[in-house]
Design a protein around this ligand. Structure first.
Ligand SMILES: Cc1cc2nc3c(=O)[nH]c(=O)nc-3n(C[C@H](O)[C@H](O)[C@H](O)COP(=O)(O)O)c2cc1C
Length: 220
């Protein structure tokens, strides 16, 4: 672990003591060893954990799902797990590489499974904050991929956070799986903080409890 990363401040100024603990589910990355979008997601979830959230990572092979088929009720174990996790999420962080100017097919396919939540009491990503991270080899793809991914989240009725992280892999943002500098760490920290803050606000105007508790109460 590079020495500098040890001094990254995970929770600089916003104490979350006494507030509800939202459950944040992170989905993203690629199947590539050393994926920067996965490294970014892992660090953002660490920040969320340091802010008091419970976190869950769904990355790499767990997202390597069969093409979503709306005409087939059968779901693979990984697909069932993905949807179950997303149902229990108060906030979600999505981290994608830019492939040819857009979200990667693997992450988009995973998001297509959110269709299975269409008849839920809170369908799709309704009422959930969604923090976004994009990794691309250049500035142009970062902006266009971020904008189009926000549109996907809107289509899913989610609440994209105002701030999103854009990481230029040409600048080598990670070293040994950790942010290579404070600017990268800060971006990811803000995404985590905003995802949590919105989730806490939503919980405060609702039952005050995380969705996972409501689901457990309803199912006994
Ligand atoms: C199929 C494919 C398409 C890509 N298209 C673009 C692109 O249009 N613009 C760009 O800046 N980078 C593009 N890249 C580069 C990736 O976005 C970039 O390397 C990213 O950081 C990879 O994420 P990862 O480290 O998580 O694998 C592409 C890479 C692949 C494999």
């Amino acid at each position: 672990m590079p020495e500098q990363t040890l001094s990254f401040n995970m929770r600089p100024d916003r104490a979350s003591e006494g507030k509800a603990r939202p459950h944040i589910v992170g989905i993203g990355g690629t199947t590539r060893i050393g994926s920067s979008s996965e490294a970014a997601l892992r660090f953002a979830l660490k920040c969320a954990e340091a802010e008091g959230a419970t976190v869950e990572l769904i990355a790499g092979p767990l997202l390597d799902l069969p093409h979503y088929d709306p005409s087939d009720d059968h779901r693979s174990p990984s697909a069932l797990r993905l949807v179950k996790s997303l149902r229990s999420a108060d906030g979600i962080i999505i981290s994608t590489p830019s492939y040819h100017g857009g979200i990667s097919g693997m992450i988009k396919n995973a998001l297509d499974y959110v269709e299975d939540m269409r008849d839920d009491q809170e369908p799709y990503f309704e009422g959930r904050s969604v923090g976004l991270i994009v990794s691309a080899y250049g500035a142009q793809a970062l902006g266009i991929t971020m904008a189009s991914t926000r549109s996907i989240i809107h289509a899913l009725r989610g609440w994209p956070t105002p701030y999103a992280a854009t990481l230029n892999s040409a600048e080598k943002p990670f070293e040994n799986g950790l942010p290579a500098n404070e600017s990268v760490a800060e971006q990811l920290r803000i995404v985590a903080q905003q995802t949590i803050e919105f989730a806490q606000m939503k919980m405060a105007v609702g039952s005050g409890a995380p969705k996972s508790e409501a689901i457990a109460a309803a199912t006994g």
